[in-house]
Design a binder for this molecule. Structure first.
Ligand SMILES: CC(=O)SCCNC(=O)CCNC(=O)[C@H](O)C(C)(C)COP(=O)(O)OP(=O)(O)OC[C@H]1O[C@@H](n2cnc3c(N)ncnc32)[C@H](O)[C@@H]1OP(=O)(O)O
Ligand SMILES: O=C([O-])CC(=O)C(=O)O
Length: 457
């Protein structure tokens, strides 16, 4: 073996067993910051695109206006996390012992470092999160006294907001630390928050839907993040643990422009701490056009089952869809602001269902809906993407394993979304992104610029 090959082998072995996550980032951030500095120097005045007036009135759709490193969405392919598709991640990310689905710890490591982690590295991360999981007593007390009528997403947002009392970044900023080390404190807060989220999520579930003395168990430090979340919610089926791992992996990020990620990015840019930045994003995820659509899908399917039973013929199914549309509602779980194909997150959940619950009547109904909805949406003529998104399939899987409380579903989405958005937050502070502040215009100002008709309302 040549010396060069031997050194390379030694180096890759050394990095594969390196569990100093913060140290790895500490090496990468300055290199990437220098790369961006040079890139901006060379190309800072280059034009990326022209913005049309229509885009300004259409929710800024398609405007290339942010830099976001952890993932990238292609309309005709779907999401890639640091270059890897969902099937790539399913293949390459480490698994739990005996498991087939990727561990979410792996996708977090991938998004944060850009490297596919080893088993040893994800095992370290599971343990590190277990170590940081305990909630402060003031948070426990506030959560326990919250009215059960508060929606689980509002409980999540409130719990994370008050957890900001523990923010290391907030304290460091107040003590006047230099901008170059902000990211180190943000990293600590993000790791603490990720560690505590399963405990918060399980507490919300138990508080809202289980008896007071449900015997909630503690974090088991020998188990992974998803397994611990599942057991703290009172579930024990190993197949459900696999679903949790898949679910928490695939919902983690969807580039930067989606409403929850963008909110977290925006609020974080004001140097609000990671806890309140994340809580703000959860308030965006809680909207029915965004993450809450997974709740809406199951509500809609249950209404359909009540009216038509589990096995309606195609005509009755189509009539039900048309009735929904004619009453002015959207078909939840269908359509997307960017995607123009069936969401690969839908496809991988469908594959999971085909493997583990092929005979479930609700899965069969979801498959029947998949056949009739896209042609109807196409017929409407105005829907940019008639295909299903991630939310069209998640509820059916959760209900199969007994998690039937639909208002809870978006909490799981939120736990997952923390991984991508918080990994990005570390990078945003590491690179030193400034406060976000795009320019807005009034219609009057736009008409002045473009020569439109001026008429006072
Ligand atoms: C995790 C996620 O956030 S994935 C998205 C989850 N949300 C849903 O599933 C809710 C249902 N879907 C929708 O409401 C939309 O498709 C969105 C919000 C996801 C995307 O919105 P847009 O980018 O504005 O979609 P698009 O450009 O296709 O909208 C054009 C028209 O089609 C309508 N449309 C889009 N999707 C649907 C749908 N599923 N059912 C009925 N009408 C629809 C829009 O409401 C809009 O109508 P309007 O012009 O009368 O206001
Ligand atoms: O990308 C979007 O706009 C919505 C979405 O699917 C997500 O955030 O997961």
């Amino acid at each position: 073996m040549s010396t060069r090959v031997a050194v390379q082998k030694a180096l890759s072995k050394c990095s594969a067993s390196n569990t100093d996550l913060k140290g790895i980032i500490a090496q990468k951030i300055p290199k990437h910051a220098a790369l961006i500095k040079q890139f901006r120097k060379d190309k800072g005045k280059s034009k990326i695109m022209d913005v049309e007036l229509g885009q300004m009135y259409n929710g800024m759709r398609g405007i290339r206006s942010m830099v976001y490193e952890t993932s990238l969405l292609d309309p005709n392919e779907g999401i890639r996390f640091r270059g890897l598709t969902i099937p790539d991640c399913q293949k390459r990310l480490p698994k739990a012992p005996g498991g087939k689905e990727p561990l979410p710890e792996g996708i977090f490591w991938l998004m944060l470092t850009g490297d596919v982690p080893t088993q040893e590295q994800v095992n370290w991360l599971s343990k590190e999160w277990a170590k940081r999981a305990k909630l402060p007593s003031h948070v426990v007390k506030s959560m326990d006294t919250m009215s059960k009528t508060v929606h689980p997403m509002a409980q999540l947002s409130a719990a994370v907001t008050i957890l900001s009392a523990e923010s290391k970044f907030q304290k460091a900023y107040a003590s006047g630390v230099k901008k170059t080390v902000y990211w180190e404190y943000v990293y600590e807060d993000c790791m603490d928050l990720l560690a505590k989220l399963p405990v918060i999520a399980a507490k919300i579930y138990n508080h809202s839907f289980r008896s007071e003395d449900c015997g909630c168990v503690e974090i088991d430090p020998s188990k992974d993040w998803s397994y611990n979340l599942m057991t703290m919610m009172g579930y024990s089926d190993p197949q459900f643990a696999e679903l949790m791992r898949l679910y928490l992996t695939i919902h983690c990020d969807h580039e930067g422009g989606n409403a929850s990620a963008h909110t977290i990015h925006l609020v974080g840019s004001t140097l609000s701490d990671p806890f309140i930045s994340f809580a703000a994003g959860m308030n965006a995820l809680a909207g029915p056009l965004h993450g809450l659509a997974n709740q809406e899908v199951l509500v809609w399917i249950n209404r359909l089952r009540e009216k038509l039973g589990d096995d309606p013929d195609e005509k009755r199914l189509k009539d039900f869809v048309w009735k929904t549309l004619k009453s002015g509602q959207v078909v939840p779980g269908y359509g997307h602001a960017v995607l123009r194909i069936t969401d690969p997150r839908y496809t991988c959940q469908r594959e999971f269902a085909e493997k583990h619950l092929p005979d479930d009547p609700v899965f069969k109904l979801v498959s029947a809906i998949y056949k009739v909805v896209p042609p109807i949406l196409k017929e409407l003529g105005k829907v940019a993407n008639p295909w299903p998104n991630v939310d069209a399939h998640s509820g059916v899987l959760l209900q199969y394993y007994g998690l039937t409380q639909m208002s809870y579903y978006t909490v799981l989405f939120g736990v997952s979304r923390a991984m991508g958005t918080l990994a990005q937050l570390v990078w945003s502070r590491g690179i030193g992104f400034p406060i976000e502040r795009p320019k807005s215009l009034t219609t009057e100002a736009l008409m002045k610029q473009l020569g439109g008709k001026k008429k006072k309302c």
